[in-house]
Design a protein around this ligand. Structure first.
Ligand code: UDP
Length: 228
């Protein structure tokens, strides 16, 4: 594939701690993306914010304000991961839908294309820039805008199951499933808004486990054992 969008959940960055950052985990991601970039794949990255904050979990403060904190959490995540990527020798840029001074660049498709053409990895931080959305929706939005060939969803679980394998030991993993079936069966792969956008734009999605050895490189190179 020539250009992909990789989505990492905030928790995935935190490892066992479930909050903040786990440097060995992020370094393993960096080494894999470096390999992809060396093979000429243009990689855009969206990172969630759940290792710091989720807007909808706050019951006391205004939801719009709570979501702004969530969006800023994704900016912190991207700054951290971008620096780890640079420490292993990659060139990176962080793009946000709102101005963050000198911390990031303002997102536009032209700007993303310019950075990709320079061999840089682009981090799309700050979600959609709007409350009541999620980084799932930002992932699909950016993937469609930059005309990515597919979304690679790196999760704590190694694919899409018909029920939660932690609760049901006989849960069955799908090799392939349509977004319509994901919606109908309420399989909670990505949220509803993101699912609809993905379906409308016929954006392929590959769900796989982040914790398996070399799983990002394998998934993008077609050695795929998750759910398409
Ligand atoms: N968020 C938002 N708009 C966006 C993307 C994210 O308001 O376009 C906020 C929201 O508060 C969310 C948090 O940022 O809870 C972290 O994003 P993530 O998608 O990881 O959250 P989750 O879906 O896990 O709540």
């Amino acid at each position: 594939m020539k250009r992909i969008l990789l989505k990492l959940s905030g928790e995935a960055l935190a490892g066992e701690k479930h909050t903040g950052f786990d440097e060995p985990t992020v370094t393993r991601v960096a080494e894999q993306v470096k390999q992809l970039a060396a093979n000429g794949v243009e990689v855009g990255i969206v990172i969630g914010g759940g290792n710091f904050w989720r807007g909808r979990t706050s019951e006391t403060i205004d939801r719009t304000r709570a979501d702004q904190i969530g969006m800023l959490a994704t900016v912190m995540n991207c700054i951290y991961v971008s620096e780890i990527f640079r420490s292993v020798g990659m060139k990176t840029q962080i793009l946000t839908p709102f101005a963050c001074g000198a911390f990031t660049k303002l997102f536009s498709k032209d700007r993303a294309n310019k950075y990709f053409s320079k061999g840089m990895v682009c981090f799309f931080a700050g979600g959609t820039g709007h409350p009541y959305f999620s980084t799932d929706t930002a992932t699909v939005l950016r993937a469609v805008e930059i005309e990515a060939e597919g979304i690679f969803l790196a999760k704590a679980i190694d694919g899409v199951y018909d029920s939660d394998p932690k609760i049901n030991p006989s849960a069955v993993k799908y090799d392939e499933i349509s977004i319509q079936e994901v919606i109908d069966q309420k399989l909670a792969v990505i949220d509803l808004t993101a699912s609809i956008m993905c379906m409308e734009n016929k954006m392929p999605m590959y769900v796989f486990g982040l914790n398996e050895e070399n799983s990002i490189v394998k998934a993008v190179s077609g050695d795929f054992s998750g759910t398409k």
